[in-house]
Design a protein around this ligand. Structure first.
Ligand code: ZN
Length: 388
């Protein structure tokens, strides 16, 4: 196997196995070839931990990928025309024998202008800062002794405009510090590290995680007795009925007991307030339909009312429910339930952490609307491709 691909698989599998670093199919990685002509990058549809020499990646010619970001005509297009065009150009730039033609990561054009190895993750301990009101100030304090501090990237809609914004900020950084940033911290999103070798990139990830964790305290676990089976069954059918009555959704409901962040969260007096803000990041919005619904007690009428109120506000019906003393419930098909449970548990942990840094900073209405339409656009593209 060639060294570049071996490095890509290595950095992907090592980081992807750790659910505190990346959840579900999130995050992406890339490595450029020594001649600078190609870039191996994660393909969408495969999780980092599942990538291997046969699948989960694409090889792209770098020159056409770099030209995407410099194309000013693209910047002038409306997002609904621009994003599919970018995906098309990325597919055209693919040069490999990978079967199935999976789409290269939508962040390929962003990876292209960074250093040789790139690792992008959504670590919980980084989210504690990027989803907090005073997050930027806290990050600056944390890295104040670094000669080359991380580049802070204010929230930008994903896709082409994010790559464009980062290209500009990287240029400004280079003027100021004489080199490109090795670490980028993206508001309401996550972490990018970039280095000359796979080993250096991995050790940079470990360094950032250690530093970010140093200011965080694991939430205290309360002493509680586990709920009994009949209460769980009542709660499941209440959630099922409320979804049916309010939105006409007939979804199986699963219970996820013994979840540490959820147990700590349920014991807090500010629980309602903490999940009162919308989705923290695109993943929570897309997979879990936004933040979990908090319930002081299990009552079909209250759940129905709350679901209807979400719909009136133009939000999607919640998929995760946390009921005091009973724990976490997820209403979706059996296959997706564990992922939504993981995203929700991560989200309540991040929300608890964020209270230390001025409070939770979530996606605003306009940012949510963009993600929703962007996702449906991406979805339509996938459908079109599946048919061809
Ligand atoms: Zn990401």
């Amino acid at each position: 196997m060639n060294k570049t691909l071996a490095d890509l698989i290595k950095i992907s599998n090592i980081t992807g196995k750790d659910s505190t670093l990346v959840q579900g199919g999130g995050g992406n990685t890339s490595v450029k070839t020594p001649d600078g002509k190609y870039m191996y990058i994660k393909a969408s549809g495969t999780a980092l931990k599942d990538m291997n020499t046969r699948r989960g990646w694409r090889r792209l010619r770098l020159a056409p990928v770099l030209s995407i970001i410099e194309d000013n005509a693209l910047a002038k297009l409306d997002a609904s025309k621009r994003e599919p065009e970018v995906v098309n150009r990325l597919l055209v730039a693919c040069d490999d024998k990978v079967i199935g033609g999976a789409r290269p990561s939508v962040e390929s054009h962003l990876h292209a202008f960074l250093d040789k190895c790139v690792i992008h993750l959504h670590p919980l301990v980084v989210a504690a800062y990027v989803n907090a009101k005073n997050g930027q100030r806290e990050i600056e304090k944390l890295f104040k002794n670094e000669k080359f501090p991380p580049l802070w990237v204010p929230y930008t809609d994903p896709g082409f405009m994010l790559a464009k914004k980062i290209a500009k900020l990287v240029g400004d950084y280079q003027k100021k510090f004489g080199r490109k940033p090795a670490v980028m911290i993206l508001q309401k999103h996550g972490l990018f590290v970039t280095a000359k070798t796979a080993t250096a990139a991995l050790s940079l990830v470990r360094k950032i995680i250690k530093l970010c964790r140093s200011k965080l305290k694991e939430p205290k676990l309360p002493k509680t007795k586990s709920p009994n089976g009949s209460d769980i069954a009542v709660a499941k059918s209440a959630i099922h009925k409320a979804l049916l009555d309010s939105v006409g959704l007939d979804m199986p409901v699963s219970h996820f007991p013994d979840n540490k962040p959820v147990a700590a969260f349920m014991a807090r007096k500010d629980a309602a307030k903490l999940v009162g803000t919308p989705a923290l990041n695109p993943d929570e919005l897309v997979y879990a339909n936004g933040s979990a619904m908090w319930l002081e007690k299990c009552d079909v009428k209250i759940i129905t009312q709350k679901l209807k109120s979400l719909l009136r506000k133009g939000q999607k019906p919640a998929a995760a429910f946390i009921i005091k003393d009973l724990g976490l419930f997820v209403a979706t098909n059996k296959k997706n339930a564990p992922l939504i449970a993981e995203i929700t548990a991560s989200s309540v942990l991040i929300r608890m952490y964020a209270t230390k840094f001025g409070g939770v900073l979530a996606l605003n209405k306009r940012q949510q609307d963009f993600i929703n339409s962007w996702e449906s656009e991406a979805f339509r593209l996938k459908l079109a491709k599946g048919k061809s």
